[in-house]
Every structure is written in C-alpha cells, then in structure tokens.
Design a protein around this ligand. Structure first.
Ligand code: FAD
Length: 326
C-alpha cells in the first residue's frame, strides 16, 4: 500500500529546487526503483518531484574536450546506443546494457541508477534492520548469499548499480543542484560506507538532485581498455553477484595507468587499490594476473553463505585481465 503523496512536475531547475524544499519531498526520475521503495516503505515521501518536465534540458549526451557530459535524465537505453559513449567509454555502455531488462533501461535514468536503494531482502522486507534505524543487520546469521564480502562492518548490503562502478573507473564527476546552488563532486566521493552511516547510501541530500554526469577525457595510452563485466545468477534481469569495471591505459600488455572497480562486492562501488597496485606499470603476464586476482580478494571477509564470491571474483578478474592483455 502507498501512503498518499502530492505530485509536482516543475518545468525549470529552479522550480524543482523550490519544490524539493518541502519536507517529505523526494526526487522522481524514471520511477523504476522509487515506486517500489514507496510501496516497501523504505522511502516515505509526502511529495514526489518529477524531473520529467526538465527532460529537454537534462537529457542527452554531449561530447566535449575528449570527455562526455551526460544529462541526469538520460535513459540507460540512450547511453547503450550512443555512438560517443561507445567510442570513448565502451565500458559505460556495457554497464548500462547490463541493467535489468529493456523496459527498465527505457525508463531508468542514469541519475536514478546511481541513487537507487540497495536490494537487501531484510531492508526491503518487514525487518527493522540497522539501515532503517533498527538494532542489527539481519544478514549476519541470516540469508546472506547475495551480501557483501568487503566493506561491511555493521550492515552488509551490496551497492546495486551497474553504471556507478563503470563511472567510478572513469573518474566521473556529478553536478548536483540544491538550495545552496550547484556543486560538483567526484562520484568516488559521494558513496557512504555503513560504518560511517548505515542509514545513508550517498552524501546527496534529500533536497538536492543530480543534473549532469561528466566523464573526463581518459588517460592516453597507445590503447585504452574500458570494459564492464557482470556475473549474475540468471540471464534475465538480475543484480551483480560479481562485477568488474576496468579503465586502463595500456601499452601493449603493459598497464600504464587506470582504475579497477568491483561491483557486487561491497556496500559501495569498490575501487580495488590492491588490484590496481598489482598491475600498475607491469605487463599482464599470467603470473601478474594471478597475483592481481589474489590481491583483489586479500581483504575479503565472507559471511556464512557467500564465500563462493571469492573464487567467483578471482576467476572473473583473471578472465578480464587476460582480455585486457590480448
Ligand atoms: C526488476 C528490476 C531489475 C533491476 N535491475 C537492475 C540491474 O540489473 N542493475 C541496476 O543497476 N539497476 C537495476 N534496477 C534498478 C533501477 O530500476 C534502475 O537502476 C534505474 O536506472 C533507476 O532509475 P530511475 O530513473 O527509474 O530512478 P527512480 O526510481 O526515479 O529513482 C531511484 C532513486 O534515485 C533518486 N533519484 C532519481 N533521480 C535523481 C536525481 N536526478 N538526482 C538525485 N537522486 C535521484 C530517487 O529519489 C530514488 O531514491 C532494477 C530495478 C527493477 C525494478
């Protein structure tokens, strides 16, 4: 059951800022996650502020200075099909393509994808878990086969978005609009670990909204290797059991610069500094690849039912680095 709510559809960015000032107002993008969150009472809104009236202003992909500006309301389908995204950062197009089903990609926006709520069945179910202000995380000692193996501490969700790890690998920045004006944050800096605040996923305030995602020009090597790999239990729509976003400047088999980000591993898109250190400046030989796979999982702390993720991640890292070397 839904609690009653008002609906506003502002036509300008400043009207949207104004509409979000009322307490209990929340941003409505494509609604593909938000509506379920209202039904499951993990978001209690008295007013939905739809950004759909700003579509002409906040949709689309523009190429600029070797990078890309993606409007917050750009649909995932648009990103999958966009030639500039495919030419400059194919890993982002691959990540958007991995989201849900065609219907969800048609409806879902890039900003909503970044800001969606986690999928833990205790959080989404009728449990007063720590993420809802309750005393404990029910995944500890419960059904934790899809929960995190890194970064858990007091709550063991996994970050659900496929595009966030890809954007983090690309060092993307978000333009965020709110009552105090506009600010720009690296996507890497917005995610909040449960040990810092188990009730928030990002530092974006309730009365703020993303207006654009900027992907900077990527480091130039002789070759830029940008991919997103997602392993899931089913071929139809499903969230990542494990995933890896790579954005690597390569010279032959040697890694010159870049980033590696895990999905399905942690409560935030997990930049694996250990994996990066294991490959940086090195040729991707079988030995280096093996050591990188071990390094990526060195700090993993599985729960009672998700230890399978460790060999899954190691195998996936080996396969993806072997492809980068090829
Ligand atoms: C069956 C199913 C399968 C799915 N599978 C996947 C999957 O495989 N991978 C994946 O990544 N996602 C998946 N999703 C999640 C989700 O539908 C998509 O991520 C979608 O991109 C969300 O975008 P939206 O515009 O519909 O967001 P909304 O539902 O409108 O919003 C989601 C959240 O983001 C906030 N928000 C929306 N726009 C903004 C903005 N501009 N600024 C700040 N906050 C904003 C909302 O307030 C809300 O909290 C799935 C969802 C369903 C229902």
């Amino acid at each position: 059951m839904f609690a009653p709510f008002e609906y506003a559809q502002p036509k300008t960015v400043s009207d949207a800022v104004e509409a979000l000032k009322s307490e209990g107002a929340v941003v409505h993008g494509g609604g593909s996650d938000l509506i379920t969150c209202l039904r499951e009472h993990i978001i209690n809104a008295t007013k939905l502020v739809s950004l759909s009236g700003l579509a002409s202003e906040l949709s689309g992909v523009t190429a600029a200075n070797g990078g890309l500006r993606i409007g917050a309301l750009t649909t995932l389908t648009h990103i999958v099909d966009n030639p500039d995204v495919n030419a400059r950062c194919p890993g982002l197009a691959q990540a958007a393509h991995e989201v849900g089903s065609p219907q969800l990609r048609n409806q879902g926006t890039i900003a909503g994808n970044i800001c969606q709520k986690p999928r833990c069945w205790y959080y989404r179910g009728e449990f007063n878990c720590i993420r809802k202000g309750g005393p404990i995380c029910y995944a500890v000692g419960g059904e934790n086969q899809f929960h995190c193996i890194l970064g858990g501490a007091n709550c063991y969700i996994v970050h659900p978005s496929d595009t966030s790890p890809a954007l983090l690998a690309l060092d993307a920045k978000l333009t965020i609009m709110g009552p105090g004006g506009t600010r720009t944050d690296k996507i890497e800096d917005i995610f909040i670990l449960p040990e810092d605040d188990p009730m928030r996923e990002t530092s974006i305030e309730r009365d703020e909204f993303i207006t654009a995602v900027d992907v900077p020009a990527q480091p130039k090597g002789p070759r830029f290797h940008n991919t997103y790999r997602k392993v899931r239990a089913r071929r139809s729509w499903d969230f990542a059991l494990s995933g890896l976003a790579l954005a690597l400047a390569m010279d032959g088999k040697r890694v010159i610069a870049g980033r590696a980000v895990l999905s399905g591993a942690a409560p935030v898109p997990w930049r694996s500094h250990e994996l990066e250190q294991a490959i940086m400046g090195k040729e991707l030989t079988p030995d280096v690849i093996d050591k990188a796979a071990e390094a990526a999982m060195a700090d993993a702390e599985p729960m009672s039912k998700n230890a399978y993720k460790i060999p899954l991640f190691k195998g996936m890292v080996r396969e993806e680095l072997a492809k980068a070397a090829a």
